[in-house]
Ligand binder design. Sequence first.
Ligand code: SAM
Ligand code: SF4
Length: 488
Amino acid sequence: MSWTKERLERVRNWKNPYENFIDESKINTILQDAQKPSQESVLSIIEKAKSNALKGVMLTPEETAVLVNTTDDALWEEIFKAAAYVKEEVYGNRIVLFSPLYISNPCVNNCAYCGFKSSNKDMQKITLDMQGLKQEIESLLDVGQKRLIAVYGEHPKSDASYIAQSVKTIYGVKKDKSEIRRVNINAAPMFEDEYKMIKQEGIGTYQVFQETYHRDTYEKVHPKGTLKGKYEWRLFALHRALNAGLDDVAIGVLFGLYDWKYEILAMLYHAMDLERVFNIGPHTMSFPRIKLTSNSDMYRSPYAVSDKDIVKIAAVIRLMCPFTGTILTAREDACIRDEMLKKCGISQTDAGTNIGIGGYSENSGTNNLSKQQFAIGDHRSIDSFILNLVKEGRLPSFCTSCYREGRTGCNFMPLAKHAAIKYLCIPNGILTFKEYIRDYASSEVKEIGESVIIPKYLKMLQENLPQIAGTVEEMMSSLDEGKSDCHI
Ligand code: SAM
Ligand code: SF4
């Protein structure tokens, strides 16, 4: 029996032990009931979201429905201000930077929107061998990256044991005393024994996007008889992962497949169910929009999300779930990314992105749709992206310390829920940015970093947490003496 057939049979025989948490008609009713909300109700929910940030409480679906149905532009400005406030309360004004690393693109599925789909004959199918993977890591280390999200198609060539081997290889690469310190992964749903296998290699967050929570749409874009075709198998991928012992999981929607308001509420129900069953909310939420790819025009779907709406989506997600990280990616153009960074309380983003397989070593800097899943919109290098952040007064961070200090899952959540995590994010942001300045920064980033950014955030610590400020100053001296990887 072929790998796919055998796996399909295992998936078909899988008995779902969990309760369904998506009730489509309930979501539709909640959205319907919240049509044309009054100014008063929108403002009171904004206030509630702000106070929730300190209590670790999510908005209810009914409250979230009011925000998404807001029509007045002036009220949307209030939502954006609140999103920025909440982000700053929970995490501080730091932005964590990572790079996506596409390792293998052959895929047995045939998702209508994806360049890797099995029917796309214009895609060069490539699975990096461990030597090719090392070259990619060395290229990323050369520009100062410390955090990755490794991405794989679903295929026997990139099964759980290949994923485990690739994570091990990534952690093993050292260059100029630098190394990748956290590998998150985005890979198809697995069985619990497979999750245990990849956990052993020390993966960070495990990310699976449901793509759409609307069952009919899901079934239309993921053909029946493919592994991805079974809605529940994917819906409970993260329940299985947590049950198998993975620490941090991340959810997302591919916006443009179905009505964005419905999808936001469904995402909230997903977060609530993870909380209910495991007492651990999603570590991050993602809101990619469908982008141009070879052999698909799905980016023109009737539900395509406009530039104006993607900004709203990201801001509402921030308010709805204040303790969850939000991820913005280089799918978006540079100017939209800059706007979203200002208005939506984004906590993590990628920089210097290249999603072609082998793309970092080739350093092409442009889109090549025969090698990548979709076209990206922001080709800025890590350093020029950082320059932009520091000009806005933000603290760029390569922090990986929570993960390595055991602050994951149920150890991490209380810190984020009580807005205490920023007292770790800011010190570690300062330390990792200082290391970046020492080893990789351009003269312009170095100048602003040393004269404005580091003094600004250090002063903040000195005023609020003098003891931690003292520790950070000592660690900064160690970095000056050539030490690396100082963190608390
Ligand atoms: N094969 C794995 C899976 O499907 O779970 C890994 C995911 S895929 C390589 C990463 C994510 O990219 C998908 O979950 C989907 O949300 C997103 N994606 C796929 N096609 C896209 C497109 N045309 N534009 C933007 N994002 C896309
Ligand atoms: Fe394969 Fe994932 Fe692309 Fe679907 S989205 S075709 S499963 S890589």
